[in-house]
Design a protein around this ligand. Structure first.
Ligand code: 5GP
Ligand code: MG
Ligand code: MG
Length: 183
């Protein structure tokens, strides 16, 4: 359920809290199997991936380390150019580590392409991507993501970490905004 005043700003709920948690549970079991006997460092980019990071990490029944990066895009805020500046770098040294990038959404894929190259240059033992959402119709570059939660239509979505003008990140579901909110 959405708070009543926010409900009027939402066209439809795309994914419920239960659908999201069920999917993260599935992915967590795969990750546990794939990384058995190896260390695991989860890396998330602030702020959108915070909810996925928190819930995925708590689903994992094993030791795991968490680290965060903050980046700022040079382009306009709704469409990424893939040209990124690091505002806060990781604390961890990635040399020899098994790194799993935890992302909210793969849209054009440009941000992730940049991030992958940046982290790969730090010589991790392995580097993979886990994204809760992907928009196949919006992809501009090929992104090799090992774990993807849901492929969704090419609509602007909010909630569960994803914002519009910094709002809606705290919604428990993922929803499509009503057009009157934009205009
Ligand atoms: P990309 O570089 O793949 O085009 O986009 C990466 C970032 O753009 C995401 O991490 C996210 O912050 C933002 N983004 C892309 N699509 C959406 C969307 O549908 N809704 C929201 N709120 N943010 C999005
Ligand atoms: Mg992101
Ligand atoms: Mg945003």
């Amino acid at each position: 359920m959405l708070p009543e005043d926010i409900e009027t700003e939402i066209d439809k709920v795309l994914l419920t809290e239960e659908q999201i948690s069920g999917k993260l549970r599935e992915i967590a079991r795969q990750i546990e199997a794939d990384y058995e006997g190896r260390d695991l460092l989860l890396v998330a980019v602030l702020k959108g991936a915070v909810m996925v990071m928190a819930d995925l990490a708590r689903e994992l029944q094993r030791h795991v380390e968490l680290d965060f990066m903050a980046v700022s895009s040079y382009g306009k805020s709704t469409h990424s150019s893939g040209v990124v500046r690091i505002v806060k770098d990781l604390d961890a040294d990635l040399t020899g580590r098994n790194v799993l990038i935890v992302e909210d959404i793969i849209d054009s894929g440009l941000t992730l392409q940049w991030l992958r190259q940046n982290l790969q240059s730090r010589n991790p033992a392995s580097l993979e991507v886990c994204a809760l959402l992907r928009k196949p119709e919006a992809l501009k570059v090929e992104i090799d993501a090992k774990y993807v939660g849901f492929d969704i239509p090419n609509d602007f979505v909010v909630g569960y970490g994803l914002d519009y003008a910094e709002r809606y990140r705290n919604l428990r579901s993922i929803a499509v905004l009503a057009p009157h909110v934009y205009s």
